[in-house]
Write a new protein. Sequence first.
Length: 253
Amino acid sequence: MIIFVGVLAGVAWQRYHYPGGWAYAFSPRHADARKSWWAARSAAHAWARSATQGEAQASAVVDSAEKNRDERLRRLEQRIASLSNPGRGERVDALGELVLFRHVLLVQSPSGTRSIALTGMEARFELGQKNHSVYCTDADGHVYRAKYPHRPSSPEDGEQLFDEDQVRDFAVTIQNTIAQENLFRARLPRQLKEAESKREEVQADTNELDAARERLQKLRQRNRTDPRGEAVEARLEEASRDWERLTGRIPPR
């Protein structure tokens, strides 16, 4: 069955490409005519494929140059956005009601949640008989005290307890993060200026993209006017007319 279907497909293919009747498609008498027509068609198709592939490759270079430029601009835009609005930043550590982020200290108290900017903040640890404390003074001089109990109020009290080293280490982490934030803020204007300058530079630099577009345009123009293409097309037209005069049918291109 498969062989039979294959034979039918082969016959249909032959009749389609060599129209005009069974004899013109299969008879040895017209073998030279079929060969001449097919050679002209094959040459024209080969030329068209070569031209199309060359243009496709040149077009891919244009697309690549556009994507590279767009990607560079996208990364710079992200960089500028992150510098212009750093937000909280990544989470660094947490203890009790304080959650430390790269750029802010989040206070989660029974009265609500608020953020304290780390820029210009001061933090210190203080021992206490019942509670250890971390004092956070913001840039405006406002002080917030975070309490860390280390003795239970009563045997039945299930509140969380914190030892001295644990609270001291957390206070040191806050201090170090504040130092990093102050350094970040001091460098921020220069970094933002550099990123904006780089963005303008990338926006203005279209040399690679322009060159790729010019190569594609020249290739398309050369393919349109190349005498080899004109020659194979003329040969195909002549072979098509010869087949039409022979069979009364125009063969498919």
